[in-house]
Design a protein around this ligand. Structure first.
Ligand SMILES: Cc1ncc(COP(=O)(O)O)c(C=O)c1O
Length: 412
């Protein structure tokens, strides 16, 4: 067995393999001086929309911009409340605040770590009241209308979208998917009796192409996908200073454009995404099998029958995370924690007034989740090394982890 370390992610090999194609993207940009907008952006937008089985794609400068501008384009107003899950990257709530709205939270499901529709239902029924004049639900806590919900497709697995969409219809909420970690993930919609792609189910969805994502740029980039033509047009204007034609500014917008070099890079890499995702799924199966006969001190990712995740991250749960992470680091195995502090307890949101215990499932998960090395080129030998080290470390503690039973499935 190799004793060399295992990186968390290998971003060098993939770019080495594509070097010639990527070089030609840079050369075209230099030869044409087409750095912003132009055919590379349009081609990528067309291809990524097709990949997501969505009608429109609007390239953006980042996933954060994509979320923020999707919220604004969908009609979220300053002062609104937008509800999301507390176990996510802060960009989800930054986008809500930067759209002028206030974030609110509902807890996650114990096993999938994504928004729990049962708790979304309870939130809308018990923590909101109906304003008879507007017909909208108003958060008792913020005193403001709840107008949108952002389910986060965390770690590459989609949230349970059927019941979330049903609740959104019933309570008149806009659904914006945070698909920043879920390029190519799928959800089986029982309602439609077919598999649906991440980015095709909400009013709009936001993707990040940060370099370490399943589809990553060589820099910053993002995109909005939607089937709503007006929303797509608004996103196009908002990302480009509110102009529909050069210097004809119909509204005030932002500088949130996708640049041509990144679009070219993404176009090259998109052709490999399905293969890379399949490799990630294969490596996840590999971990599942290697862990299968171990002593039950590690909780593996839970994949419901309605989910085909793309394993942006392979996240396990352990009782003594700090010790395990240290043991792995001592063996040269890099890991990550996504995320150590649920957002309702982040210092940045102190003024929102949440307390420990408000979202216990997210809080417990945040203290126990550990992301193991995961990337398409991860070798079996590396995986064996990781699993051997995890087994050795967790065996020493003998601690078994208890995860409470799920609260049940929300049935419309
Ligand atoms: C869940 C989630 N939302 C939003 C973002 C923001 O994307 P970006 O870093 O491209 O702005 C990320 C990226 O890390 C993310 O993981």
């Amino acid at each position: 067995m190799s004793t060399g370390g295992v990186p968390f992610l290998d971003l060098v090999t993939v770019h080495r393999e594509l070097r010639e194609e990527l070089r030609s993207v840079f050369e075209t940009a230099l030869d044409t001086a087409g750095f912003v907008g132009g055919p590379a952006v349009q081609e990528f937008e067309r291809d990524f929309a097709a990949f997501c089985e969505s009608q429109f794609c609007v390239g953006m400068a980042s996933g954060t911009d994509a979320l923020r501008l999707a919220l604004v384009a969908a009609g979220v107003q300053p002062g609104d409340t937008v509800v999301t899950a507390p176990l996510t990257f802060i960009a989800t709530t930054e986008a809500i605040s930067q759209a002028g709205a206030r974030p609110d939270f509902v807890d996650i499901d114990e096993r999938t770590y994504t928004m729990d529709p049962v708790k979304l239902h309870a939130y809308l029924e018990t923590e909101c009241i109906l304003n008879p004049e507007t017909g909208r639900v108003v958060s008792k806590r913020t005193g403001r209308p709840v107008t949108a919900v952002i389910p986060v497709h965390l770690y590459g697995q989609m949230a349970d979208m059927d019941p979330i969409l049903e609740l959104a219809t019933r309570y008149d909420l806009i659904v914006i998917e945070d698909a920043c970690q879920a390029h190519g993930a799928e959800y089986f919609s029982s309602k439609e009796n077919r598999w649906r792609k991440a980015g095709s189910m909400g009013r709009a969805a936001a993707f990040s192409f940060y370099p370490g994502k399943n589809l990553g740029a060589c820099g910053e980039a993002g995109a909005v996908t939607t089937d709503d033509e007006r929303l797509a047009q608004r996103c196009q204007m908002l990302r480009d200073h509110g102009q529909s034609r050069k210097y004809f500014h119909d509204i005030e917008g932002y500088n949130g454009r996708l640049d041509a070099i990144q679009a070219g890079v993404l176009g090259v890499k998109l052709r490999h995404l399905a293969r890379w995702n399949a490799q990630r799924q294969d490596r996840a199966r590999g971990y599942d099998e290697l862990f299968a006969d171990t002593e039950g001190t590690v909780i593996l990712p839970h994949i419901p029958s309605w989910s085909r995740p793309v394993y942006h991250l392979y996240v396990v749960r352990v009782a003594e995370r700090e010790r395990l992470q240290k043991d792995l680091a001592a063996a040269g195995i890099a890991t990550g924690i996504h995320y150590p502090i649920p957002l309702h307890l982040a210092t940045a949101y102190k003024t929102l007034g949440f307390r420990p215990g408000d979202f216990p499932v997210a809080e417990q998960a945040a203290s126990q989740v550990l992301s193991l090395p995961m990337f398409p080129g991860l070798s079996l030998e590396q995986q064996e090394q990781v699993v051997a080290c995890v087994v050795e470390s967790t065996k020493a503690t003998g601690l078994r982890i208890q995860v409470p039973e799920p609260t049940g499935r929300y049935r419309p």
